[in-house]
Design a protein around this ligand. Structure first.
Ligand SMILES: Nc1ncnc2c1ncn2[C@@H]1O[C@H](COP(=O)(O)OP(=O)(O)OP(=O)(O)O)[C@@H](O)[C@H]1O
Ligand SMILES: NC(=O)c1ccc[n+]([C@@H]2O[C@H](COP(=O)(O)O)[C@@H](O)[C@H]2O)c1
Length: 367
């Protein structure tokens, strides 16, 4: 039986790269090879362009350096800096097409003896060439992603339908399961994904690991250890260049200062909000809340959540939440209330990773 040679290409922010980004490749390679239809011959990491503009995205210069350090121990996964060197953000379909074309071009040039591999050849091409005989290379570049990225295909307006068709139909997908995503359900619920189901390989991560770049950035911001979550050289580079350690915004009230006796969870953010006193004076709480919420990462790229606040008034709501699920919108709901109209000036709320907001204490707290 002939095996299709595969190069796995992962797109993303890698902000910073974590052990889980690297594990994703190992998991997918094992799984695809075991299926008996594929032979994974290489991996490519393509960090997203600076113009992607995702919140807290550090410069590609640093992300590229971090990735080089993260990948130095791998003998089959390579960095591609093509995407970051483009003039602006590039759609993922075009990223895959570029790498596929490049590979095909080198294969055919080698086959026709027009060109020999030289120093300019990207590392990942040189590596792939070891597995190719002349122009009959026949390597397919597949997209490697986590379950959350597959979910995002169903987010209205985020991906072009023809791009999804091409990504799955022409290239194929290897999806590593991730907590919070149900990849099989996601495929089932989408006509488009179901249509190309035979070209989507779901790789179950049995040793579930919820390392995410967002959580790493949060830990770094708080001065907490990230040892054993990132490669040591990546940690050193981050420290030496003072990355991700911007001072904690005073909107956030950490547990250390909190009067709350709840057990802190690394997933949780505590903040305090100004609310009006009984005379109706307040320091624009809704504005503060809006700003505070804007600082938070979305609950998931697959279910964008717009958080909205409503102007507080004594004795009533201080925070409102609006959730967009696909094209549906849930109603605004009250998530915090101040019942005591006495001289209360602050209310402490907790916003968890999944976007839930709850009032922890409506007693006056110190900031
Ligand atoms: N723990 C994980 N399990 C499975 N896939 C993951 C995991 N972490 C990242 N990925 C996948 O790696 C790719 C690149 O991820 P990305 O750089 O966006 O990391 P992230 O940790 O999701 O980032 P952020 O937390 O900043 O949104 C995506 O396809 C993402 O789904
Ligand atoms: N239409 C598209 O091609 C499209 C849309 C959204 C995200 N993406 C890509 O998916 C990746 C998402 O990365 P994050 O999970 O870090 O946001 C990035 O590489 C980004 O370029 C592509």
């Amino acid at each position: 039986m002939t095996h299709t040679k595969v190069i796995l290409l992962a797109c993303g922010s890698f902000n910073p790269p974590t052990f889980m980004h690297l594990r994703m490749f190992e998991l997918a390679r094992d799984h695809l090879n075991r299926l008996g239809r594929y032979q994974v011959i290489g991996g490519i990491v393509s960090p997203v362009h600076d113009d992607y503009g995702k919140k807290e995205l550090i410069s590609s210069t640093h992300r590229v350096s971090l990735l080089r350090l993260a990948l130095q121990d791998s003998d089959w996964i390579f960095l591609s800096d093509w995407e970051v060197n483009q003039k602006s953000w590039v759609r993922t379909r075009l990223v895959l097409q570029h790498h596929q074309n490049k590979l095909n071009m080198y294969a055919s040039e080698l086959g026709s003896n027009k060109r020999h591999l030289d120093a300019d050849v990207p590392e990942w091409v040189a590596h792939a060439q070891k597995y190719c005989a002349g122009s009959n290379c026949g390597v397919v570049v597949k997209l490697l992603c986590g379950g959350d990225l597959l979910d995002s295909f169903n987010s209205p307006g985020l991906w072009l339908k023809e791009d999804i068709e091409s990504l799955i139909g022409d290239h194929g997908l290897a999806v590593v399961t991730r907590a919070g995503s149900d990849s099989y359900k996601c495929i089932y619920e989408s006509d488009l994904l179901s249509k190309h189901q035979n070209n989507i390989v779901v790789v179950t991560e049995w040793i579930a690991n919820e390392i995410s770049s967002t959580k790493i950035r949060r830990a770094l911001r708080r001065g907490e250890s990230v040892k054993y979550l990132l490669p040591p050289d990546v940690i050193d580079y981050i420290k030496n260049n003072g990355l991700y350690s911007s001072s904690i915004d005073n909107k956030y009230q950490l547990f250390a200062n909190s009067t709350s006796a709840l057990t802190p969870s690394p997933n949780d953010i505590i903040m305090t909000l100004d609310v009006p006193d009984s005379s109706g004076n307040y320091n624009s709480p809704s504005h503060q809340l809006q700003n505070a919420l804007a600082e938070l990462p979305p609950a998931s790229s697959s279910s964008p959540t717009t958080l909205e606040s409503k102007r507080a008034r004594p004795g009533h709501a201080v925070a409102m939440r609006k959730v967009h699920l696909g094209s549906r919108e849930t109603d605004l709901e009250t998530v915090g209330e101040v019942t005591d109209e006495e001289k209360e000036t602050r209310v402490e709320i907790q916003i968890t990773e999944d976007g839930t907001i709850r009032v922890i204490s409506d007693k006056e707290t110190t900031v």
